[in-house]
Every structure is written in structure tokens, then in C-alpha cells.
Write a protein that binds this ligand. Structure first.
Ligand SMILES: Cc1ncc(COP(=O)(O)O)c(C=O)c1O
Length: 403
């Protein structure tokens, strides 16, 4: 299909619900960390569809797996067995130490499942609990449940009343957690590194406060690892790096490498309170999506992907910290592995736009943060090139950030 950007824009403006503010570029092809637009222009992709194309674009193993699966059998529903849910669940259990997986189609659905399972746990125990504790700047999705534990009021206000009560606690005030979490709290939900919230790693003191609060009140901990999980930080899960033992975990994004799939992981003491029919989805865990998940997990577990992230991530971090020293508009560098944010002194938009004009894709979160989520397979030479482009961009338009 040959089509121009302006034709696509005109048709979308007429017929697509205007819930997104797109950037003026349309992609038609990708290869590894590179994307190509309708005019054949090449871009280095450091955002990967918001942390999704974990193996890069058109990865040969993933392409082969889903091509073969598409030509064999796509979907039979959860009425019947097939081989790939069990395989993906076994691997996720090996990685997480959590016994069971529930498959769905997105990160939001994984969060939604965790919120339900937490209430189900307390209902089964005979002491129902409805309340949740979440974190300021946290983002967990936009269905009614996930939205309820998402911090930004701008997203929540038009849709009230939501699930509740939900209390939000600041990452830098772990002592607030002790008062917020009570014997009415079903679960605490927190991202080990906030993604949409501006790439903010959970402080160790906050992680320790979660452990204490759960121990004291019995509240469950839901680790929302949709963005930070599955090797992104160089370890399987950043909650493990922080010494946390989640009762529930939400996953998505990287898991299918671009094929929509999410998963809720459930520790056995919670899983045993859940019965057939308590939750379900027609598409969840179908052959295509779980085959893709198995392919990604094989790459992660057997092809040294986490070691690769640690190695190239360390070099990337060094270069980003050096970049910050050169440019006064960068006030902080935050992240781990291959999940990084540059906290700017002002609006990040001029940087994102100038980078795109120079063939580099990064994105803006929380207005003032430049976020980078490169493919886990990226090589140092490409990360170096990305930093060189950023250097040129900050030199050219860094003063607009400071203005
Ligand atoms: C931490 C976290 N949880 C949940 C979600 C929602 O995932 P999805 O957009 O796949 O529904 C996101 C999406 O950005 C996320 O970053």
C-alpha cells in the first residue's frame, strides 16, 4: 500500500477517535533498532512503541515463530488446551518464583486482574477488603480499575466515581505508607520504576516500607512491572532488585515483542483463593500471543539477553551522565539497564522534536522528562550514536528548554 503521511492524517482526522496526539510521521517497516517511514527515511528507535518491541523490529526468531503459528492455528479460546500457555507460564514461574500466570491482552488488563485477585483473596478469607494504596506519579492503565490506582487527576476526574477508596503515597515519604496501609487495605500497588511518571525508580526505603506494611497488616503487594519488568533493567524484575516479594505482578509490553499479550503472575497463597469463572477473557493466552511470549522468554532466558542489557546499559548510563554534565538543561539522569529518563529543567518537547528531525526517536513523559526504552537487543554502537545525536540536539535547542 503506497500512501502519503498527509493522506493518512486526513483520513484519521475524519474517522479515528481523537484520543491520541500523534507525531507527524508514519512508519511502514522496521529492522532491529531501526524504523523506516513512508518516505523511506530511517530512524533509530529508542522508544520501541513504548517498551514493546523488546527484541527490536522484525526479529528473525519472533518473525519465524509467529509466521509459523499464523499459518498453523491462531485461536481456539480458553475452552480447550494448547501447548503454549503452559510453556509461557512455566517460564514466567521460573523467572519470578511466583507459581501461576493468568494471560490477558495488555498491561492494563494484567493490572485489572491483579486488583480483582487481591479482592478475591480477602473475600475468600472471609474478611473482605476493598481499599488500595498506590503511589503519586504512578500509572497503571485506563480501564476503570487500573485508572483508579493511576495518580494523574487529569486522567481520573472525568470518570469518577472510580474504584475505591485509593490512597496515594509519595515515593519519598515511606513513613506515609505506615499510616496509609491498614487492616482495610486489600493491596498496595506500585511500579518498581515508574515509567509514565517520568522514569522514577522506587527508593529502597519505600520498598522496605512496603515489606513492613504488608507484614504488619497482611495487605498484598502488587508489583506493576508492565514497563520495568522482563529484563528491561538487566534483571528479570526490578522488584527483585529491591528485595521485594510480590504477591501479584502485572506484565505486558516486552512480553510479546509487539504481539499484544499481558500476564498477571500470582503467588500460590493468592492463587488458591481463586476459583474457575472468577476471571476470564476470550482472547487471553491464545496460541499466537503465547507463542510470541515463549519466543521472547527463550531469548531472555537462553540467549543471554539480561547479561547483554547489563553490559550495554552500563555504557549507556555512563554516556548519559556525561551528556548531563555537558548540558545545563539536563538536571537529573534516572533509570536502570535500558530504561532511562533525562529530567530536564523545562519542557522536553523541543528535544523530542529536534531528535526526531535528526532521525532519533525518544519520547516525552510528565512534560519535562525525555524517556528512552531501547530494544533489549540494541548494540553499544547504536546507543553511542543515539547519545551523539542527543548531544547535537541539546547543543542546538537546549536553550529552548531553559527558556
Ligand atoms: C506500569 C504500567 N502499567 C500498566 C500500563 C498499561 O499497559 P497497556 O498500555 O499495555 O494497557 C502501562 C502502560 O504504559 C504501564 O507503564
Amino acid at each position: 500500500m503506497t500512501v502519503t503521511l498527509s493522506e493518512i492524517q486526513a483520513r484519521e482526522a475524519r474517522h479515528v477517535l481523537q484520543t491520541y496526539k500523534r507525531q507527524p510521521v508514519a512508519f511502514v517497516r522496521g529492522q532491529g533498532p531501526r524504523l523506516y517511514d513512508v518516505d523511506g527515511r530511517e530512524y533509530l528507535d529508542l522508544i520501541t512503541g513504548i517498551g514493546v518491541a523488546s527484541l527490536g523490529h522484525a526479529h528473525p526468531a519472533l518473525t519465524a515463530a509467529i509466521t509459523e503459528q499464523a499459518a498453523t492455528l491462531l485461536h481456539t479460546s480458553n475452552l480447550y488446551f494448547h501447548p503454549y500457555q503452559a510453556e509461557a507460564a512455566t517460564r514466567l514461574s521460573q523467572l519470578s518464583g511466583m507459581q501461576r500466570a493468568f494471560f490477558c491482552n495488555s498491561g492494563t488488563e494484567a493490572v485489572e486482574a491483579c486488583l480483582k485477585f487481591a479482592r478475591r483473596y480477602w473475600f475468600t478469607k472471609g474478611t473482605p477488603r476493598q481499599e488500595y494504596v498506590a503511589v503519586s506519579n504512578g500509572f497503571s492503565g485506563r480501564t476503570m480499575g487500573a485508572l483508579s490506582v493511576t495518580w494523574d487527576e487529569h486522567y481520573r476526574t472525568p470518570f469518577q466515581p472510580l474504584l475505591g477508596p485509593v490512597t496515594f503515597v509519595d515515593f519519598d515519604k515511606p513513613e506515609m505508607l505506615a499510616t496509609a496501609v491498614t487492616e482495610r487495605t486489600a493491596a498496595i500497588i506500585a511500579e518498581p520504576i515508574q515509567g509514565e511518571g517520568g522514569v522514577r525508580p522506587m527508593p529502597q526505603a519505600f520498598a522496605d516500607a512496603i515489606t513492613d506494611a504488608c507484614r504488619r497488616t497482611g495487605a498484598l503487594y502488587i508489583a506493576d512491572e508492565v514497563q520495568s519488568g522482563l529484563g528491561r533493567t538487566g534483571r528479570a524484575f526490578h522488584s527483585h532488585t529491591l528485595g521485594l516479594s510480590p504477591d501479584l505482578m502485572s506484565l505486558g509490553k516486552a512480553l510479546g515483542g509487539g504481539v499484544p499479550v499481558g500476564a498477571a503472575l500470582i503467588a500460590e497463597h493468592v492463587a488458591e483463593t481463586i476459583s474457575a469463572g472468577d476471571h476470564g477473557t476470550t482472547y487471553g493466552g491464545n496460541l499466537l500471543s503465547t507463542r510470541a511470549a515463549v519466543c521472547f522468554l527463550e531469548q531472555l532466558m537462553e540467549h543471554g539477553l539480561m547479561e547483554h542489557v547489563q553490559a550495554v546499559g552500563a555504557g549507556f548510563e555512563r554516556r548519559l551522565r556525561a551528556l548531563a554534565l555537558q548540558h545545563p538543561s539536563i538536571v537529573e539522569v534516572r533509570g536502570a539497564g535500558l530504561m532511562w529518563g533525562l529530567q530536564l529543567a523545562g519542557d522536553a518537547l523541543p528535544i523530542v522534536e529536534a531528535a526526531r528531525e535528526r532521525g532519533l526517536l525518544v519520547n516525552r513523559t510528565q512534560s519535562t522528562v525525555v524517556r528512552m526504552l531501547p530494544p533489549l537487543t540494541i548494540e553499544s554502537v547504536d546507543l553511542d550514536r543515539a547519545v551523539d545525536i542527543l548531544d547535537a540536539v541539546f547543543t542546538a535547542v537546549g536553550n529552548e528548554v531553559l527558556a
